[in-house]
Design a protein around this ligand. Sequence first.
Ligand code: TYM
Length: 329
Amino acid sequence: MKKMISGIKPSGSPTLGNYIGAIKNFVHYQNEYELYVFIADLHAITIRQDPLELKRNTLDIATLYIACGLNPNKCTIFVQTDVLEHANLGFILNCFTYMGELTRMTQFKEKSQNTNNDSIGVGLFTYPPLMAADILLYDVDYVPVGEDQVQHLEITRDIAIRINNLYNQKVFVIPDKIVNKVGARIKSLQDPSKKMSKSEDPSDKGCIFLLEDPNKAYKKIMSAVTDNEMLVKYDPDNKPGISNLIQIYCSLKDVSIETCEEEFKDSNYGTFKKAVAEIVKTTLENIQSRFKEIRYTDKLAEILNEGKLKAQKIASKKLLEIEKVIGLK
Ligand code: TYM
């Protein structure tokens, strides 16, 4: 079985973008791959976090993985800080990553924009080598992510290839990204030129949270920005709002874009939006009812503990291997 890993950062309440771009796909992959999913709490603290919220978001994401359909008997679910090897390898990889490469990272540029150098944490700068460590510790073949993570995957490959070449041996498996065609970048409902993200949409109206009131989510879809053409057609350049709603609909309904266009070819935007709002509402209701069953149980702690032990075993072996190659052991 080929191996796969991915993670979500608990830096805010998880969104419909996280579900469509990431979690929903993991659920399919767990049957075909040896899958590892984790909560990237170290990555979250690269931006200031409220301690109670950070803890809550971490456990919420762990619960959501399961509530969305991940089966702990089929995949390994763990918290990044429970496996110390991530931070350890992260530091080692810092030493094989260049300032120039990190300065060019889009995410760093965006997040540090408008901030004085004196108040940007170094952790934000060295975010990519830590992410590379998350991936390279597990010898995975694939990393399924949304479009915004592609650059991080590219630098992961670059670092791994660099080290393999330097030591003239296959220290690391070189991972490939998997980015789904539909839903790789769900946009803000209010400004479809931006991605759907809590931090990038201060009004909250453009972003649907997996744990929000489903009726509120319904209303957000109904008031999503569209255009004046009254034609349900996928055309991201000219019709970004409608194209975004089509992506949401197709992903949640598991239908193709053509099928959606055909279904709504004679409909007005009101009718189409209602259909999108309905499926979003139903999806949230289903996820939330499972979420409630799991969130405050001992079972959750057990699952995370089992995940930690499994991940630690693999990660500690790999770290030792690398330390030997480098001469640290
Ligand atoms: P994060 O927490 O920002 O997002 C988690 C996953 O959700 C995807 N995603 C989206 N997909 C489509 N549309 C959107 N609007 C949207 N918003 C988020 C992301 O692409 C991602 O797949 N750096 C990572 C976390 C991480 C990681 C890793 C991922 C740390 N180490 C190792 C994979 C492997 C991040 O911040 O994701």
